[in-house]
Write a protein that binds this ligand. Structure first.
Ligand code: F6R
Length: 591
């Protein structure tokens, strides 16, 4: 949610480098963007509403520069306007900054600053920070002014600041991601995420909360923002390659990431057996295990409830990250919390971890971004190894997360090898399934239903959460009203919504839900519903059959894939951008 990017180094096209970096970060926020760069000791600011991906930097007449900051925004405080876009600055552009996060006490600070004569131009919470630094800058140097201002703000932030009359670039983080890229010849990058600077370097310094970095003419130092003591940091070489973070020949990241599921499942299963056994041990010995996540990752947790019940004979509870704090009364030092997150930066889940940690709860994180706050806060980390996921709609991370939970459930009953075997076979079947003919078959369906107003999805058992997840996928990229229900629940109310031709997707795996699902589909068909069966076998009740391989307890993993493809195709047919759905952003770093 919001992307920040900074260049400081010997190259003289800093503005252009920042624009290209922001394009690689656009999945984090895309309602407006802006850059600020220094040329001949003057700061130039350029910002506008709209997607940076559509910009040709040649049209901007950028002047030579060796230091620049830039931001792509997902609006929180203040509407989507040019004035509210970052960078924000003091009246005379003397101090400029970019910010991801929320300064929670900004209204109070704004009042104080306005009383001292500052003119705040935007409606954002961000701008006040530039003025706060300026206020201190009347008596202190730039670095000390930032240090003092940081002590006055509350909330979550990743900020980067420049000063017209000072060579330093200063950045700080608390609760929002910020990573330093270390290039050749005293070249530095500061970004919300690694892909932004991956074309230049794979050497990174991970900043932790309450740390600030000061770059001054090729020197870099990291300080603790509370004590101001210098902190020793390691430069880490990461093994991501730039291809994995680019679209390649695919028209969109979403379809690229759906197709990558041919490989990602195998990577997810390839875990250190000691870690899987250690987490299984924790689950078996915990007095209450909570699976905690948001959105799609939350639906994965719900699948987990069924997997643990069936395979491990263990009761586990699911809670959304945002709801978890209300369960705090039950928590003890014997509770186990397993958080699932693609980004590892979701504010609601991080807040849930804070609450749990206060009660000495042990935290396991199942994450994709291994450098994330969640991974760095948890006691045990299981990386899902899906590689960068850039489309806002989660696909390959979802199936990898389900694979890990399947593995853990099997590990709890001593059958980890059996679980691995099932998942290896499933990966092979997904590989066979994902071919152009399969896509074309789903495209025929997409063309038939592309103009419908509503559709419904039903499933039972571990495919009930898949019905809910299917609804999220369809909603967020196709903008068709979609709702998921437990198959048995339809007759208790929602069946009133079915009219002639209403599309209803029914998951009918070869398990103990099969005959009841067929009954539920038949009830819907009797009311005019158009039944789309997702099943290993065809059945007379289906009006349209999408074949999926029979994968036993891994059926949730294979069943979601055709719906990911359908959602993508509906988005394209309806001329939506599937990678950047309206009102959304990857990595929800606000509560
Ligand atoms: C939907 C989607 C979101 C995320 C949710 C949690 O396709 O991606 O619902 O699942 O915002 O995000 P992470 O997994 O990063 O914690």
């Amino acid at each position: 949610m919001c992307g920040v990017f900074t260049y400081y180094g010997p190259k003289t096209n800093a503005g252009e480098i920042v624009i290209q970096g922001l394009k690689r970060l656009e999945y984090r926020g895309y309602d407006s963007w802006g850059i600020a760069y220094k040329n001949n000791d003057k700061i130039n600011i350029y910002k506008q509403v709209g997607k940076i991906g559509e910009i040709n930097s040649d049209d901007l007449d950028l002047k030579p520069s060796q230091v620049a900051i830039g931001h792509s925004r997902w609006a929180t405080h203040g509407g989507v306007t040019q004035i509210n876009a970052h960078p924000h600055s003091t009246e005379n552009n003397e101090i400029v900054l970019i910010h991801n996060g929320i300064f929670e006490n900004y209204l109070e600070l704004k009042k104080q600053l306005e009383a001292k004569g500052h003119i705040i131009k935007s409606e954002t919470d961000t701008e006040i920070f530039a003025h706060l630094v300026q206020e201190h800058n009347q008596t202190q140097d730039f670095e000390d002014s930032v240090k003092l201002a940081l002590k006055e703000v509350e909330g979550r932030y990743a900020v980067v600041l420049m000063h017209e009359k000072d060579n330093k670039v200063i950045a700080a983080r608390k609760g929002s991601p910020l990573i330093v890229g270390v290039g050749e010849n005293n070249e530095y990058f500061i970004a919300s995420d690694i892909p932004a600077f991956l074309p230049y370097t794979n050497k990174v310094i991970y900043l932790d909360d309450n740390q600030m970095v000061i770059i001054d003419n090729g020197d870099l130092k990291v300080l603790n923002t509370e004590t101001h003591e210098e902190v020793e940091k390691r430069i880490i070489e990461i093994d991501w390659d730039i291809e994995s973070a680019e679209k390649g020949d695919f028209p969109h990241f979403m379809i690229k990431e759906i197709m990558e599921q041919k490989d990602t499942l195998s990577r997810a299963i390839n875990q250190d057996p000691k870690t899987i056994e250690a987490v299984a041990h924790e689950i078996k010995n915990a007095f209450g295990t909570y699976l905690v996540a948001c959105g799609t990752a939350g639906k994965v947790c719900m699948v987990g409830e069924y997997l643990f019940s069936k395979i491990a004979k263990k009761h586990v509870n699911f809670s959304f990250g945002s709801e978890f704090p209300y369960h705090k009364h039950f928590l003890t030092d014997k509770t186990l919390m397993i958080c699932i997150s693609q980004s590892g930066e979701t504010a609601d889940t991080l807040e849930a971890i804070d609450v749990a940690k206060k009660k000495n709860v042990k935290v396991v994180a199942i994450v994709n971004v291994e450098s994330s706050t969640m991974a760095r806060t948890a006691d045990i980390v299981i990386p899902i190894k899906a590689g960068p996921e850039k489309a806002v709609a989660s696909t390959k991370a979802t199936t990898a997360q389900m694979a890990i939970l399947t593995l853990l459930a099997y590990a709890c009953n001593g059958g980890v090898k059996h679980g691995q075997q099932l998942l290896i076979e499933t990966a092979g079947k997904i590989n066979d399934m994902l071919n152009p003919r399969y896509e074309e078959h789903i495209m025929q369906l997409a063309k038939k239903i592309k103009d419908v107003e509503s559709m419904y999805i039903i499933g039972r058992g571990m495919n009930y959460p898949i019905a809910l997840e299917s609804a999220i996928k369809l909603q967020e990229v196709s903008y068709i009203h979609a709702e998921g229900f437990a198959g048995g629940e339809l007759k208790h109310g929602p069946i009133a919504l079915i009219t002639d031709g209403t599309p209803v997707i029914a998951f009918v795996p070869n398990d103990d839900t099969k005959s009841d699902m067929i009954s539920n589909a038949t009830e819907v068909k009797a009311r005019g519903g158009y039944i789309i069966g997702v099943s290993p076998e065809n059945h007379p009740v289906f009006d349209y059959w999408i074949k999926v391989p029979d994968c036993k307890d891994a059926s949730p993993i294979v069943n979601i894939i055709p719906i990911q493809i359908l959602s993508y195709q509906l988005a394209v047919l309806r001329q939506n951008n599937p990678d950047m759905p309206r009102n959304l952003a990857k990595s929800v770093t606000v509560k």
